[in-house]
Design a protein around this ligand. Structure first.
Ligand code: CMC
Length: 392
């Protein structure tokens, strides 16, 4: 009908213009607002990168101090929301709990729900400030441990670390290298143009839905194993290889034989047809963190062997399948002490500035239209209703 084009998975359809993130998938280039990911990972902080992604420019010292202060003063969540966490079953997966927490935030939103620039600024600050608190509360609650209030004397990353691993009765000891590795990982996840979750945020927001509803939808999209959920799936794959005692070569053969539809998780990408630049940076940190922490060196070795075996195999090279951001990140998170169910939550904390920036970019575009893909109908032609006693 009309001039509808068929494009499964939107592989060739641009649904928007954007000035936020540039990717050259053949060359393995990723830039936020023009700045190479390697330089940001090396020199920036997560909040500075968040500012860059959302506002388009690196902040001056005064702008950054103001932004950090605004965020710091909004890290607490309404006390009534703590009851929300207690109502989930023990060991609930923290991803749906995070999504629920974010949509619940919209009911405690005060004056941050409207479309005015002031409301959007406030919602932006609230989300960046409160999502780590929600994430840590969900995590603590899943373990039956007491939740910790944010400590506003700490940095953004330290605060999250302490809320995740600390106990109210004990002082928390930070290891600067671990804090920095977490910061770098979050910087690497801050945006990635029109991936599945970001497109979801835009699609939901295109109807006029508020930013909390849109971001909660993004969290749900991210949870799938082909997207952010891959970081958990990679660790499960490594554990399974280890437990089953099969060799890496045998596992790769099963992937190639498409046995039971298994894939090499953490490999392949719709856009990158070369090494994912984020994976190169993460790989270096994986080695460093695992030297420092009692991590799963046995699983790191399996991962490294999987990578070497795959990259020497025609199946993978012909299809241009390389490690993506999720291949090594889980091993670092694991070494830091996070259980694998938290990995995708960490991805969500990292991706939050990107979702917010993309939502704002869309909503500030006067030409924004509601997202509404077309279809090719392949069902029955018209037929007459059959009364129930005549059906066979
Ligand atoms: N293992 C084995 N074969 C694969 C893999 C893999 N991980 N990825 C792609 N292929 C094959 C696929 O079977 C297909 O082969 P053929 O043409 O013979 O049918 C070919 O490579 C092209 O793959 P595709 O599925 O058409 O590619 P896509 O762009 O639709 O999918 C992907 C991209 C990331 C969903 C896919 O590579 C995949 O499922 N990877 C594993 C999951 C994963 O690691 N996801 C994380 C993505 S990175 C960031 C993020 O979003 O978290």
């Amino acid at each position: 009908s009309g001039n509808v084009t068929f494009d499964p998975g939107f592989a060739n359809t641009a649904a928007c213009t954007s000035s936020i993130t540039y990717i050259d998938g053949d060359k393995g280039i990723l830039r936020y607002r023009g700045y190479p990911i390697e330089q940001l990972a090396e020199q920036s902080t997560f909040l500075e990168t968040a500012y860059l992604v959302i506002y388009g420019e690196l902040p001056t010292a005064a702008q950054l101090a103001d932004f950090e202060d605004r965020i710091r003063r909004k890290t607490m969540i309404d006390e009534a929301m703590r009851n929300l966490f207690h109502s989930f079953p023990r060991r609930s997966h923290p991803m749906p709990v995070l999504a629920a927490g974010i949509i619940a935030l919209s009911t405690f939103s005060g004056d941050s729900l409207g479309d005015s620039p002031a409301a959007i600024e406030k919602a932006t600050d609230r989300l960046i400030a409160k999502v780590p608190t929600l994430a840590a509360f969900g995590y603590k609650n899943s373990r039956g441990e007491p939740t910790l209030y944010p400590d506003n004397s700490l940095s953004y990353i330290q605060n999250f670390e302490r809320m995740s691993f600390g106990y109210p009765t004990e002082p928390y000891h930070f290891e600067p290298q671990i804090t920095r590795a977490l910061e770098v990982l979050l910087i690497l996840h801050a945006d990635h143009e029109q991936n599945c979750s970001t497109s979801t945020v835009r699609l939901v927001g295109s109807s006029g839905a508020n930013i909390y509803a849109s971001v909660a939808a993004g969290v749900n999209a991210l949870s799938g194993p082909l997207h952010g959920g891959a970081n958990q799936a990679v660790l499960e794959m490594l554990e399974q290889i280890k437990a089953s005692g099969i060799s890496v070569k045998e596992y790769i053969q099963q992937v190639k034989d498409r046995k039971a539809g298994i894939k090499l998780m953490g490999f392949g990408h719709r856009i990158y047809k070369n090494y994912d630049p984020r994976a190169s940076i993460i790989k270096k940190h994986a080695d460093e963190v695992l030297k420092l922490k009692e991590g799963r060196r046995d699983l790191l070795e399996i991962a490294q062997e999987l990578e070497q075996t795959a990259l020497a195999d025609d199946y993978f090279t012909e299809r241009k399948l390389y490690p993506n951001v999720d291949f090594y990140s889980g091993l670092i998170y694991e070494a830091m002490g996070f259980p694998k169910e938290m990995f995708t939550v960490l991805f969500a904390i990292g991706r939050l500035p990107g979702w917010i920036a993309q939502w704002r970019e869309m909503r500030s575009n006067p030409k924004n239209k509601i997202g509404r893909p077309r279809q090719i109908y392949v069902g029955n032609p018209e037929r007459a209703f059959v009364p129930i006693d005549e059906r066979r």
